[in-house]
Design a protein around this ligand. Structure first.
Ligand code: UDX
Ligand code: UDX
Ligand code: ADP
Length: 452
């Protein structure tokens, strides 16, 4: 019987292991974490992360073949396969600050695996890491060896938040990278057998270690690049009178381009895209490829530009200041169907406004600040407001009674739609002044150009 242990009970480790446990009833799965509050939450009725369908999966397996524990060393020692899914933030100081991945958590997990292991293990990189991390981990583990064999695999996760369970049930592909040696091939086979419980075999791709590591960074960079490309187009649409939704649809019907991931927005957010591109840029620079680094850096620059552009539109159309005005921010998560606000564009937008006391605005702890309050009800949020900024595409914001909203707002009433979810013409008929990313501007916005 195979035993699996996953170090790190976060957004990736938790849902992934829950689905493995559900699909492989004969495998014992332990998810361990040093954060006891997180483990307690996983063992309670209130899971630490919100993912549609996750509660159900956890309920079916927890206490049977799925266990959440803080006893990291015990479960690692007992496991045949150890997944490492710890956080890899961007370094904040020292060599590579602001770009390179901080591998402190990874290194300490690897050293711990080396210390406590008494039997052979397959060690699987699950969290996104810089290319060649596997080599570093191998070195740490083999230097600790006491006649124990460690085989390293890279098995990056491609799930997106909000659709994690769906993505795990039905992945476009599972990618497993390993050494091209007999031990490497055997380890790949073992992990492939786990996924083969529910993933069609032709969707399980096996590559060398470095291809698997790089593919994860490349996939996120390509996805982010599509968003920056369509966002760059949105600026041109506003300048020319084209409609970005029509342009997206028109180009997306080209089968070589495809229709997905072409929604113009106030900018991409989330814990992955920016971090992974910065990491990719750093790797390019370290490998003497400054042109390639510059190419990818531009994806982030356009994303920053898009957020600034949005703020400038808001401020310029509201007579060049939002100071002293009430702005309702509808949505704060980086996208709908998640409670995650890591790297959310809403934070950057709020910080860029010329509020009275911008330095005091801390969206992560808004209740302690006088000028910011958090409410659950969109009607309450918009009451007496001068303007509305839609930051997340939650379905409920599409269905609001905008006549009611309008009646309770200050006039002129503004809607700034950073997600293109409102019906622009309908709202204009009600009386709103509406700005929607990449859509033709009305005369008010044309008369109040956003000058940086
Ligand atoms: C292109 C567009 O495809 C077509 O829709 C438009 O109407 C005119 O421009 P074309 O220039 O004939 O058509 O050739 P295309 O097949 O798009 O290739 C353009 C260049 O890209 C070629 O040099 C091709 O070798 C290169 N290419 C294409 C690559 O290097 N890699 C690829 O994956 C695809
Ligand atoms: C992403 C990748 O999709 C996933 O494969 C990887 O494993 C982790 O990173 P995630 O960050 O959860 O997943 O969300 P995603 O759906 O990719 O959205 C990222 C950001 O792009 C969000 O802020 C979203 O609103 C934005 N976005 C997405 C757009 O602005 N336009 C689009 O068309 C698509
Ligand atoms: P991701 O989005 O990649 O899943 P998270 O930050 O949500 O990342 O989760 C990573 C988890 O890893 C955190 O809960 C953190 O406490 C845990 N972690 C970090 N280092 C260790 C370690 N050495 N041992 C056990 N857990 C760890």
């Amino acid at each position: 019987m195979v035993k699996i242990c996953c170090i790190g009970a976060g957004y990736v480790g938790g849902p992934t292991m829950a689905v493995i446990a559900l699909k492989c009833p004969e495998i014992q799965v332990a998810v361990v974490d040093i954060a006891s509050a997180r483990i307690n939450a996983w063992n309670s009725d209130h899971l630490p992360i919100y993912e549609p369908g996750l509660d159900d999966v956890v309920k079916q397996c927890r206490g049977k073949n799925l266990h959440f524990s803080t006893d990291v060393e015990k479960h690692v020692a007992e496991a045949d396969i150890v997944f490492v899914s710890v956080n890899t933030p961007t370094k904040t100081q020292g060599l590579g600050a602001g770009k390179a991945a901080d591998l402190t958590y990874w290194e300490s997990a690897a050293r711990m695996i080396g210390d406590v292991s008494k039997s052979d293990k397959i060690v699987v990189e699950k969290s996104t890491v810089p290319v060649k991390t596997a080599e570093a981990i191998e070195k740490i583990l083999t230097h600790n060896r006491k006649g124990i064999n460690f085989t390293i695999l890279s098995n990056p996760e491609f799930l997106a938040e909000g659709t994690a369970i769906k993505d795990l049930y039905n992945p476009d592909r599972v990618l497993i990278g390993g050494r091209e040696t007999p031990e490497g091939a055997k380890a790949i086979q073992t992990l492939r057998d786990v996924y083969a419980h529910w993933v069609p075999i032709d969707k399980i791709l096996c590559t060398n270690l470095w291809s698997a590591e790089l593919s994860k960074l490349a996939a996120n960079a390509f996805l982010a690049q599509r968003i920056s490309s369509v966002n760059a187009m949105s600026a041109l649409c506003e300048a020319t009178g084209a409609d970005v939704s029509q342009v997206s649809h028109a180009i997306g019907t080209d089968s070589r381009i495809g229709p997905k991931f072409l929604n113009a927005s106030v900018g991409f957010g989330g814990s992955c895209f920016q971090k992974d591109i910065l990491n990719l840029v750093y790797i390019c620079e370290c490998n003497g490829l400054p042109e390639v680094a510059t190419y990818w850096k531009q994806v982030i620059k356009v994303n920053d530009y898009q957020k600034t552009r949005f703020v400038n539109r808001v401020v310029s159309s509201m007579f060049n200041t939002v100071s002293g005005k009430k702005i309702a921010i509808l949505g704060f998560a980086f996208k709908k169907d998640t409670g995650d606000t890591r790297e959310t564009p809403a934070i950057d937008v709020c910080k860029k406004f010329d509020w009275d006391h911008p330095a005091h605005l801390q969206p992560s702890s808004p209740t302690s600040i006088k000028t910011v309050s958090v409410v659950w009800d969109a009607y309450e949020a918009t009451k007496d407001a001068h303007g509305i900024c839609i930051m997340t595409e939650w379905d409920e914001f599409k269905k609001l009674d905008y006549q009611k909203v309008y009646d309770n707002m200050q006039k002129p009433a503004f809607v700034f739609d950073g997600r293109n979810i409102v019906e622009v013409e309908k709202l204009r008929k009600i009386g709103f002044i509406v700005y929607s990313i990449g859509k033709p501007l009305d005369s008010w916005l044309k008369d109040m150009p956003a000058v940086a």
